[in-house]
Design a protein around this ligand. Sequence first.
Ligand code: NAG
Ligand code: NAG
Ligand code: NAG
Ligand code: NAG
Ligand code: NAG
Ligand code: NAG
Length: 378
Amino acid sequence: MEQKTFITFILSAVFSSSACVPRQYHFVNQNLNWTEAQRYCRENYTDLATINNKNDIEDLLKSVNDGQIEHVWIGLQKTDSYKWKWSLGDPAFYTENNSQYRNWTPTQPNHDGDCSNMNPGQWNDYPCNGSLSFICYNDSSKGFIHVLQKMTWRDAQIYCREHHTDLVSVRNQTENQQIEKIRNDTHTTSGVWIGLFRDSWEWSDQSNSSFRNWRKNKPDNSGGNENCAVVWVKSDSGQWNDWKCDSKSQFVCHEDKLVLVQQNLSWNEALRYCRENHVDLVSVNSEQIQRQVMELARKASTAEVWLGLRHSCTLGIWFWVNGEILCYQNWAAGNGTGVEDCSDAVRVGAVQSGGDQRWISLPQTHKLNFICTMNYDE
Ligand SMILES: *[C@@H]1O[C@H](CO)[C@@H](O)[C@H](O)[C@H]1NC(C)=O
Ligand SMILES: *[C@@H]1O[C@H](CO)[C@@H](O)[C@H](O)[C@H]1NC(C)=O
Ligand SMILES: *[C@@H]1O[C@H](CO)[C@@H](O)[C@H](O)[C@H]1NC(C)=O
Ligand SMILES: *[C@@H]1O[C@H](CO)[C@@H](O)[C@H](O)[C@H]1NC(C)=O
Ligand SMILES: *[C@@H]1O[C@H](CO)[C@@H](O)[C@H](O)[C@H]1NC(C)=O
Ligand SMILES: *[C@@H]1O[C@H](CO)[C@@H](O)[C@H](O)[C@H]1NC(C)=O
């Protein structure tokens, strides 16, 4: 590839006003019903948007970037299948099957409610509008916090998300014992809310995210047949509502389908391979994509895996081959400074397959596995 092409790439990225908007979300300014919007996203990107956590909501709102838009469809749709899931719904928080750990009292769940409490140590399903104290989880301190004030499950969720991270998730017996100890230590005789709830909403892309951010008293199926979800943009910004799927709305797609190619190629060969067989070498422009990349890289047969990251000696900067500048970064110490050895082969970027899986700078001649972005229907 020619230096000139790269400079054009970089300059267009630097001077584009949206250069630092994370790109996993794509706002589509067309009014379609939910099914039409889903089809549009699957044809042009990956699928209708999936949301894993609060940061994703911020990113999604930034992608809309238009104060006049009232609401947008996301990929959440009601199904016939009710399942228990955690309020802290980001799949990245769980490993293997530990989101499926349960410690029900033997006679429970007996289907008298869609929320659950712990008492003592064992779990019970319970009506969500009951009033109980509750346990929050704080991801910065990794701590469990017993809040003694009694609230409904939804209000407890709001409280935990505001002051900590979320209502507590219980991933194994050790955590269950730690949480029970905290409950017991306050001499609480009644149950305490934990983050487990039941609903029948699922994401269009089959993601396991159980993160929900409904507006107060939603979903309520108020008009009947409100089986699809929108995010409010203008007012109640970031909160969700259930809507009739045949209503029309603008919408947000996401794009993140990745594939690990287990061939040992130089960076230039890998770039050509991705562009010929898929879409491109991956651009890791958000934490969400980094997490997917980390998961794939762990399965690689080489110690590092190529990313679509390249250094320009002319400009002394790193950039993504799709023309974006680096907003999100995850370099290993000493790497990615922009000061590189320009006398030798072009320097390009790779992610480590193990350890804390940071990015490192390598000459493009190394032979590594690599990750491409794909079309949805591949
Ligand atoms: C919870 O985490 C926040 C940061 O998200 C921190 O500022 C706060 O001190 C933590 N609170 C407790 C009780 O650990
Ligand atoms: C329980 O889960 C936590 C969080 O994943 C983990 O650190 C801990 O090692 C697990 N303990 C057991 C006994 O599996
Ligand atoms: C629960 O608390 C009581 C005192 O309130 C104590 O006697 C008991 O040992 C505690 N149980 C556990 C399992 O820690
Ligand atoms: C969702 O979870 C199930 C069971 O835990 C797992 O088999 C499946 O692969 C997961 N799906 C995705 C898209 O991660
Ligand atoms: C790629 O390289 C790794 C590490 O050198 C090696 O273990 C693996 O077998 C190679 N894969 C192929 C397909 O040549
Ligand atoms: C880049 O990171 C790798 C892995 O941590 C390290 O071995 C290497 O020394 C770093 N490069 C520089 C120039 O510091």
